[in-house]
Structure formats: structure tokens, C-alpha cells
Design a protein around this ligand. Structure first.
Ligand SMILES: NC(=O)c1ccc[n+]([C@@H]2O[C@H](COP(=O)([O-])OP(=O)(O)OC[C@H]3O[C@@H](n4cnc5c(N)ncnc54)[C@H](O)[C@@H]3O)[C@@H](O)[C@H]2O)c1
Length: 320
């Protein structure tokens, strides 16, 4: 890997990935519809930025010219966002990924696609191995557009890689968290409230569990997967399951605000009937360990500590 393109490189995970790739001495081009100067990569100097929309084929082909590796991250992310704009979610995933596939084919570039634990839907049989079943809800429920379109992208990439010969690998993240993440996700949202003197919100009685994965772990797994170009999908997640009550307890402890207490919210009331929660999302990440030598090693309390330290120092994020 020498000349790499990162679509969605202005975002949370993208910014950490770009930083790590620059540290490895690569020539990095970010392709994103966001204004890089106002984004999470504003502090990075040696990066080539192309502003554009991944759903526009010619823009993607142009941005990827000469690339030997494409990391495809751009997507509509966050439950609130994809429930509010299900068609946009589908378009960015399906049309955008088709355009990236065309670019990878043209350049014969390695393609690394960032998928999600959401593709397993509500399969109750956890932990999920890579080849486990997807159990999804009705097509009238907007929250499944993200899961379904990401799954379709996985099919598209496996099929195109086989047909056209470019090497492709897929990683599925499980609740990545860390510095720079927008406060619309469970970890940064709770930290944001607590550092602003408000009690953190606990959803659905605090019973749902997640396997929170520190962003640096997610990035090292992503790069290892891209280097492997193994043509497979990998679950990249911590195998430690934590419920929301435990998570909030750690956040209150690490911020020194155990005095704040908590506030309870029902997700059905918050997002309406179009929302369905997934009570448990647990990866079996042993394949990544076996094939890539990767596992998530950052304990949750350490990751939260690092994230809180970043949040405290970044007034703009804190006041946003
Ligand atoms: N954060 C997580 O826990 C998580 C979990 C599973 C999967 N993922 C996947 O990882 C990837 C990165 O997620 P993130 O958390 O950094 O999200 P993010 O929202 O911070 O970043 C997404 C980026 O994509 C860009 N983008 C969106 N639409 C675009 C378009 N039409 N054209 C060009 N750029 C566009 C956005 O401007 C943004 O910079 C996504 O593919 C997401 O599905 C993330």
C-alpha cells in the first residue's frame, strides 16, 4: 500500500485511519462530501483532500486514479440519521459502493470496505461468527435500510472482486468509540451530557448490551485486514459485553461526576414506531485473531478515560 484513497476520511473513524496511514508513510487522498477544514482532519497537513459525493461516479473515478488501495468508509451513519433519511442511506451505500467498485476495478486496486455488526440484525444467537445468519425486520421499518444496504454492499463487493479480480476485504465494526465521535452515539452522547453537567441517559432500562471497541483497536484491525487482502469478511469488535448501566457507571466514575445520577429513556418513544432495538450485539472475533493476529486490547475504562480527556480539551466539541 502506497497510494491510498479514504472515502469518508473526514469522519470519526476515517480521521483516525488517515492519521495512522500517514504515520506509515503513505500518500493519502481523502474523498468526502464534508468540508475538510471544518472536519476531524482539519489538523492534518500532509493529506490530499478531494471534496465530492460518492454517489457521483465520475468524481469517484477521478479521485481514485492511481490508487493502489481504496478504504471505502463513506456512509450515512447513526440511527437517527438513517431513520430520518432512509433513501439517502440506501443511495450512499448502494450507488456509492457501486462507484467505488468501478474505481477499484479500473485501477485494479485493493478495496477495504467498512461494514457493520448491524448486518446480523436481531439474530438472538450471539456471539455472531462471520458466516452467521442475518435476521432482519420488515421492510416497512426504516432502521433496516442501513443493515440491508450494507449487506447488499458486501454481496456486491464479493461478486465484483470475483468477477473483475481486484482484491477485496470487509471489516465489520462493533460499536467503535473514541475521540472525535459525534455526540449522537451512546458513549460520546453520555460523556457530552456529563461534562456539560447533565445526567447521562440510559436507554430501555440499561439492559441492552454492546461490545464497545476503542477506535485505535478498530484502526489497527482495519489496516491489518487491508494488508491481508484475504477476500474475506472479519468481525472487528471487543468480545467483552457491557450493558448500558455498566457503561454509564464507568463514564460517571472516569469524569468524577457520580453525583449526577441518570435519566431513563424508552427508545420506542424517542425514535417512534420505525425503530427496533437490538438487545445484544456480540462478535465472535476469533477469525480476526487467527487470520490477522488481531484482537481488541483496550479495556473499556482505559478507552473511556482517553476519550474523556480528549473531550475535556476540545471546547468546540463540548459546546456543540
Ligand atoms: N462508528 C461505528 O461504531 C461504526 C460501526 C459500524 C460500522 N461503521 C462504518 O464505518 C464507517 C465510518 O463511520 P464513522 O463512524 O466514521 O461515521 P462518520 O459519519 O463520522 O463518517 C462518515 C463520513 O462519510 C461522509 N459521507 C457521507 N455521505 C457521503 C457522500 N454521499 N459522499 C462522500 N462522503 C460522504 C461523511 O461526510 C463523513 O465524513 C461507515 O461506513 C460506517 O458504516 C461505523
Amino acid at each position: 500500500m502506497k497510494n491510498v484513497v479514504v472515502t469518508g476520511g473526514c469522519g470519526f473513524i476515517g480521521s483516525h485511519l488517515v492519521e495512522a496511514l500517514l504515520k506509515k508513510g503513505m500518500n493519502v487522498t481523502v474523498f468526502d462530501k464534508a468540508d475538510a477544514k471544518k472536519s476531524s482532519i482539519a489538523h492534518l497537513k500532509d493529506v490530499n483532500v478531494i471534496r465530492g459525493d460518492v454517489t457521483k461516479e465520475q468524481d469517484v473515478l477521478k479521485a481514485c486514479k492511481g490508487a493502489d488501495t481504496i478504504f471505502h468508509l463513506s456512509a450515512v451513519v447513526g440511527v437517527k440519521n438513517y431513520v430520518n433519511d432512509p433513501l439517502g442511506t440506501i443511495d450512499v451505500n448502494i450507488i456509492g459502493t457501486r462507484n467505488v467498485v468501478a474505481a477499484a476495478t479500473k485501477e485494479n486496486a485493493k478495496l477495504l470496505f467498512t461494514s457493520t455488526s448491524e448486518i446480523f440484525g436481531k439474530n438472538p444467537k450471539v456471539p455472531w461468527k462471520e458466516e452467521d445468519d442475518r435476521v432482519l425486520g420488515a421492510t416497512s421499518v426504516a432502521r433496516w435500510t442501513y443493515s440491508t444496504s450494507k449487506s447488499m454492499c458486501e454481496h456486491m463487493i464479493f461478486s465484483a472482486s470475483e468477477k473483475y479480480g481486484f482484491p477485496a476485504t470487509i471489516v465489520r465494526y462493533f460499536n467503535a468509540y473514541g475521540p472525535r465521535q459525534a455526540p449522537i452515539f451512546v458513549v460520546p452522547a453520555a460523556i457530552h451530557r456529563v461534562l456539560n453537567g447533565k445526567p447521562p441517559i440510559i436507554y430501555d432500562g440499561g439492559k441492552p448490551t454492546r461490545c464497545f471497541t476503542y477506535v485505535e483497536d478498530a484502526i489497527s484491525g482495519t489496516i491489518a485486514a487491508a494488508e491481508s487482502a484475504s477476500g474475506e469478511a472479519f468481525n472487528l469488535g471487543s468480545m467483552k459485553e457491557t450493558n448500558l448501566n455498566e457503561l454509564v457507571k464507568i463514564i460517571l466514575k472516569e469524569t468524577g461526576r457520580e453525583d449526577l445520577g441518570v435519566e431513563y429513556v424508552d427508545t420506542k418513544k424517542l425514535y417512534g414506531a420505525s425503530y427496533e432495538d437490538i438487545p445484544r450485539r456480540v462478535p465472535d472475533a476469533t477469525k480476526a485473531k487467527r487470520v490477522l493476529g488481531w484482537s481488541a486490547t483496550t479495556p473499556l475504562s482505559e478507552g473511556i478515560r482517553k476519550t474523556v480527556a480528549w473531550c475535556r480539551e476540545n471546547r468546540e466539541w463540548l459546546n456543540g
